[in-house]
Ligand binder design. Structure first.
Ligand code: FAD
Length: 418
């Protein structure tokens, strides 16, 4: 039996290059559950590591979700290495700066230059993209990878993680079909059903107290208004901060759409990508924002609403039998207040694929999976908790703490323009 791999024995690059031509000495059959951004990325990296991958997705179609998403350089860097540089450039917008404003007056309290400084300081651009375009890009990658089978309408209802069970580890689909695998990667999102199997008990994600409205506005409407035009002509990301709420806004799709994410106290929404919210209620909830925001919201015909959930860091991401592992929101769901949820899932996929390109016997799987957890756990957990911290910082009530926050931001802004 080859020795189990100790994490300490593995050369670790936190964003390891893939496509270095390294294929594992044995080809495993890996089932990935969930074709979200994390599952698609993992399908790509694991297939390129030399494994046969079956991707199972409950939905019958990988559909268009009407909202934008931020792709920070840590994610862009990996996407570029996976050959997506020009696809990103074509469909994403590169913001020049992030601007923080006071909600009621619109006064600019903070400004940080992004644009080309991102590539200089972090090795890759910051992008804003439509989720549907991001999904489509990763779906194409997964489809193009060797030895990949993607099955839609394949809802996993049960899992057998024991390698000593008859036929080895398996998942059972709603249809009753059993799919056997050497390894099961659970990328089944914040409501992950496989997570309970990994940690050995049910643990529901916790409501964060906030919910998000999401909507897009055609920028041609904004271009007709002298007060709104600047948000399109200079594609900065703008954050309006208010007590208990904030609004993030940025251009997507070649600056043809303006994406709005409106964060506010949860008043009974559901956790879903597709639940409709009321545009009227949204306007009422943000009625005390500056006149330009009111104008922007008047252009919104329909909005989606999403209850924001997260979890405390889990005790483990790896099932004790070493054949079932969690990835993405299934193990570290977080508030979107650092725009890192999908980026962390992309990093997870890169690390897992890289590690499993080094495997030479199935018995090494537990060691490799623990190495994956070892490499990823602290970073992902820290981002989970700093996203919670941003909830506090963005939503400070009027008062001394808020004034101190704004004074610090003004100082930093002055330094930007020195
Ligand atoms: P998901 O995208 O949830 O995918 C899970 C998949 O598994 C789904 O397709 C689901 O249908 C499938 N599935 C579930 N159960 C089963 C089953 N039993 N059988 C088969 N399939 C199953 N992140 C960023 O990086 N940048 C941002 O700007 C950003 N903004 C955000 C804004 C908002 C308002 C929210 C809510 C989140 C934001 N995020 C952002 C976070 C990001 O969207 C998530 O972290 C990311 O989508 C998680 O991807 P995932 O693949 O882990 O899970």
């Amino acid at each position: 039996t080859p020795p189990a791999v100790s994490p300490a024995a593995i050369p670790i690059d936190p964003v390891p290059p893939l496509h270095a031509g390294r294929k594992a000495a044995i080809a495993l059959h890996i089932v990935v559950v969930g074709a979200g951004l994390g599952g698609l990325a993992a399908t790509h990296t694991l297939a390129h590591a030399g494994h046969r991958v079956t991707l199972l997705e409950a939905a019958s179609a990988i559909g268009d979700v009407g909202a934008g998403i931020q792709v920070s350089p840590n994610a862009t860097r990996l996407l570029q290495r996976w050959g997506l540089a020009s696809a990103l450039q074509k469909s994403a917008v590169c913001p020049e700066a992030i601007v923080f404003r006071r909600y009621d007056t619109g006064e600019r309290v903070g400004y940080t230059r992004w644009g080309s400084t991102m590539a200089r300081d972090y090795g890759a651009p910051y992008y804003h993209i439509h989720r549907a375009d991001y999904h489509a890009m990763l779906l194409r990658l997964a489809q193009a990878a060797p030895g990949v089978q993607i099955r839609l309408g394949a809802s996993v209802v049960d899992v057998q993680p024991d390698p000593n069970a008859q036929g080895g580890p398996s998942v059972t689909l709603a249809s009753g079909e059993v799919v056997h695998a050497d390894l099961i990667v659970a990328a089944d999102g914040v409501k992950s059903r496989l997570q309970a199997v990994v940690i050995g008990r049910e643990a529901a994600p916790r409501p964060t107290g906030d919910a998000a409205y999401r909507a897009t506005v055609p920028t041609e409407l904004m271009m007709q208004d002298p007060e709104l035009r600047e948000f399109v002509e200079t594609p900065d990301m703008t954050a309006w901060m208010a007590p208990g709420r904030h609004l993030m806004a940025y251009c997507i799709r070649g600056k043809k759409e303006y994406n709005l994410v409106l964060l506010h106290p949860d008043d009974g929404s559901v956790e879903s990508w597709t639940a409709d919210g009321s545009a009227e209620k949204m306007r009422a909830d943000f009625a005390d924002f500056e006149p330009r925001v009111k104008k922007l919201l008047s252009f919104v015909d329909s909005t989606l609403k999403w209850r924001l959930m997260d979890r405390s860091p889990l005790p483990t991401w790896v099932h004790p039998k070493g054949r079932l592992v969690l990835l993405g929101d299934a193990c570290h769901p977080m508030l979107p207040y650092r725009a890192q949820g999908a980026a962390m899932a992309i990093e997870d996929a890169a690390v897992l694929g890289n590690l499993l390109s080094r495997i030479s016997a199935k018995e090494q799987l537990p060691g490799f999976l623990h190495a994956y957890q070892e490499i990823r756990y602290t970073r992902a957990s820290e981002v989970q908790s700093s996203s919670r911290l941003n909830q506090h910082i963005f939503h400070l009530p009027d008062g001394p703490e808020q004034r101190a926050r704004d004074a610090a931001m003004r100082d930093a802004m002055a330094a930007e323009f020195d």
